[in-house]
Design a protein around this ligand. Structure first.
Ligand SMILES: Cc1cc2nc3c(=O)[nH]c(=O)nc-3n(C[C@H](O)[C@H](O)[C@H](O)COP(=O)(O)OP(=O)(O)OC[C@H]3O[C@@H](n4cnc5c(N)ncnc54)[C@H](O)[C@@H]3O)c2cc1C
Length: 328
């Protein structure tokens, strides 16, 4: 689902509307509570339904009333505006949390964490999702982002995806309909709510799967600032290169804007020291992208997704944020 929005009106009636329909909606919840960056202003309504029927009612209501809707997983790939999001933010953590097996396939609810899927698969002696064990997102977020690590990504194991589509209702889409690319899927352009994902796995000894997962987790612990407030890789790797290498090469490690700092451990990570605003992060991203553009003539594209007013915090649109700015 696309990340877009407007600035919340002072008394957004969205939450009250939903509550009259029996949907559990919290007004003015700050998205900082729901993102790994710990950044983000208030939403019109934060909805965490108890079951799928309530989730679909919230989604349908948003669509019918023309209210912007976005789904949040673990918020691990999001940069949310300090001004928030004037719409409904839907969390499927409670509504879509089951994992079930059918032969060598595993069906997982969109709100299930990737770590849980990986460990469940290991317990069932099914291989294929080991790569996901240390990606701190949900099944829904991974299906949308085509999350990946260690040379594999969601597209290698997703068999089909059950989504709610405003035009068609609940439909099951084969993997090809997701049109996967590097950290890309069609779901990023469509108003879909991913409800459940089927993974096609292969039988393998439990100990071998567990060993691979331990190796992956150890690799991450050594190479990434685990435990800090961040959103993973800020920029996609350009073709044939690594964003982290380019950012490191321009000497950006340790660069700081307000409370945001380019990680000294992994150059493609930006850490929030606890005081950073979205504006700090945007300013730092732009500075980094401009330096890489100037030195390597390579345009970095953001991997992290922006949520908030399209013009960003400083009047710059998200789409042209990455062009060298006159004052950068
Ligand atoms: C420390 C750290 C390390 C990371 N390492 C990796 C890595 O190795 N590889 C990698 O690929 N990513 C990595 N990430 C980024 C992130 O974890 C992944 O992109 C992950 O798939 C996002 O999942 P999420 O549930 O948190 O989604 P969110 O960040 O909450 O959302 C991401 C996008 O998906 C949409 N979305 C989420 N759920 C649904 C749904 N059910 N239906 C419709 N749309 C939905 C959102 O609207 C948003 O547009 C890392 C992040 C951190 C903080």
């Amino acid at each position: 689902m696309g990340a877009e929005g407007r600035v919340p009106a002072p008394e957004a009636p969205i939450a009250a509307n939903l509550r009259t329909l029996g949907v559990n909606a919290r007004p003015a919840e700050r998205l900082a509570r729901h993102t790994s960056f710990k950044i983000g202003g208030p939403v019109g309504a934060f909805v965490e339904p108890a079951d799928e029927a309530e989730a679909l009612l919230a989604a349908r209501t948003a669509f019918e009333q023309g209210v912007p809707l976005m789904v949040v997983g673990l918020g691990s790939n999001l940069l949310v505006s300090d001004r928030g999001f004037d719409g409904i933010v839907l969390s499927l953590a409670r509504a879509c949390r089951g994992v079930r097996r059918d032969g060598t396939r595993l069906a997982a609810g969109a709100g299930v964490s990737l770590a849980k899927v990986a460990h469940t698969a290991a317990g069932l002696e099914l291989s294929g999702v080991e790569f996901a064990v240390s990606i701190p997102g949900t099944v829904g977020g991974a299906a949308v982002m085509n999350a990946g690590a260690h040379g594999r990504s969601a597209q290698d194991v997703v068999q089909q995806v059950r989504v709610w589509d405003p035009a068609r209702g609940v439909v099951v889409l084969p993997r090809d309909a997701m049109q996967y690319g590097y950290r890309m899927s069609r779901a990023q352009q469509e108003p879909w709510v991913v409800l459940e994902v089927w993974f096609d796995l292969t039988p393998a000894p439990r100990e071998a799967i567990a060993r691979t997962m331990r190796d992956y987790m150890e690799h991450r612990r050594v190479t990434q600032p685990v435990g800090e407030r961040n959103a993973g890789s800020m920029f996609k790797n350009p073709p044939g290169d690594f964003a982290a290498r380019l950012i490191d090469a321009v000497g950006a490690k340790g660069w700081r804007e307000g409370g945001a700092c380019v990680s000294t451990l992994h150059a493609n990570f930006i850490a929030n020291d606890g005081t950073a605003t979205a504006r700090d992060v945007l300013t730092l991203m732009r500075r980094v992208a401009a330096a890489v553009q100037e030195r390597f003539h390579t345009a970095l594209a953001p991997e992290v997704r922006w949520v908030g007013p399209p013009e960003g915090e400083d009047g710059t649109t998200w789409d042209n944020l990455w062009l060298p700015a006159a004052d950068a």
